[in-house]
Design a protein around this ligand. Sequence first.
Ligand SMILES: Cc1cc2nc3c(=O)[nH]c(=O)nc-3n(C[C@H](O)[C@H](O)[C@H](O)COP(=O)(O)O)c2cc1C
Length: 421
Amino acid sequence: MNDFTAISRLFEPLVLPNGQIIPNRIAKAAMEENMADQRHLPGAELLHLYDAWARGGTGLLLTGNVMVAADAVTGPGGVILDSQQPLGPFRKWAEAGKSAGGRIWMQINHPGRQVFAANNPEAIAPSAISMEMGGFSKMFATPRAMGETDIARVIEQFAATSKLAESAGFDGVQIHAAHGYLLSQFLSPITNRRTDQWGGPLENRARILFEIVKAIRALVSPGFALGVKLNSADFQKGGFEPEDALGVVRLLNDLPVDLVEISGGSYESPAMHGAPQKASTRAREAYFIDFARDIQSVATMPIMVTGGIRRRAVAIEALEAEDGRAGVEMIGIAQALAFAPDLPNRWRQEEFAVTLPEIKLKKQGLASLARMGVTKFQLRRMGRGKRPKSEVSPLWALICQQLLTARRNRQYQAWRGARKA
Ligand SMILES: Cc1cc2nc3c(=O)[nH]c(=O)nc-3n(C[C@H](O)[C@H](O)[C@H](O)COP(=O)(O)O)c2cc1C
């Protein structure tokens, strides 16, 4: 394949199983912005940010995770969409995301046990197993095992939020079933020790995800797209393995799912932010591409791979077949688009590599927080209508993020208190 054909492939439209057309193969992967207004609604800052991304030429914008339940949040200042929230602000958000002809899907999530005790002291999870993060463990709530009523409520919450997203003008939703949040807790044998129909063999551990897919489809129109973000593995001994990911996708083949995004890891094992140094160069650049190719080979829906893509050549390679295995159909980019929101437009013209700030902190948990901090620093700049800054001190970004987190946590408590009253 010559260079021109290979580059064109990146900018070819993708027709999804439900007929929805994504104008090119580049998606902005979900990044939790923590930039909602004080009522946990999308406000002016998020509109600026999504407008910048839309103008940058991305074919599909996946929002940062939006909470389906007001009493379970992944972090401070996040967007919450349930029946008590007004739809007007969401309509504007969808419009901003579609302003340049691309698509916008809302990523929807429930954190399960992966919540900070400061925000949600009463956490739910498939089994009553606490987070294991060494010195950081105490920051997380101890969960209680979910009963049938809790499970039914969560399925209903995902479906209700999806219907509201459709009413607000979003083109689809992506169910977050990766990164150690509730649905990924159900999928992993480490966190799911249930012996009922929701635990044990893979079909049972994945049942809640399948029930959510069916419940959403029953409420939304056929043209509304439905995606799933799935771990290739959680990279923990005895956890969710690559064979499990293949098994889940084989089962999803029988359901009306339009796109599966492959990632990996969790807070306990943050593989989504990079392969080990000793991995091959290729694995260090597009961490999950080998898994994603294996999954594309068994999947009937298009597969998208996310993690580590900063160069056009790497994005193009991921789309190409290799050694008899199909390439993926879409590539997902998170951090590089926080530093260069117009990356797709630049890639139409020339190769351009995004360099992220080096994080030298040795403690994995702290390094992960600093990485998120420098990225969110850029998102906030774009929210104020500014360009991202090429030089950011990870330590400075970490301190800013922690101060902001403390303030937003207090606001969340006040908002929840007022809502209950
Ligand atoms: C600041 C930040 C926030 C993130 N928030 C989310 C999120 O809300 N949902 C999600 O699925 N992934 C989230 N991720 C993970 C990204 O979607 C992506 O899987 C990961 O960053 C690897 O891709 P990249 O190397 O292109 O950044 C987040 C990543 C960062 C840096």
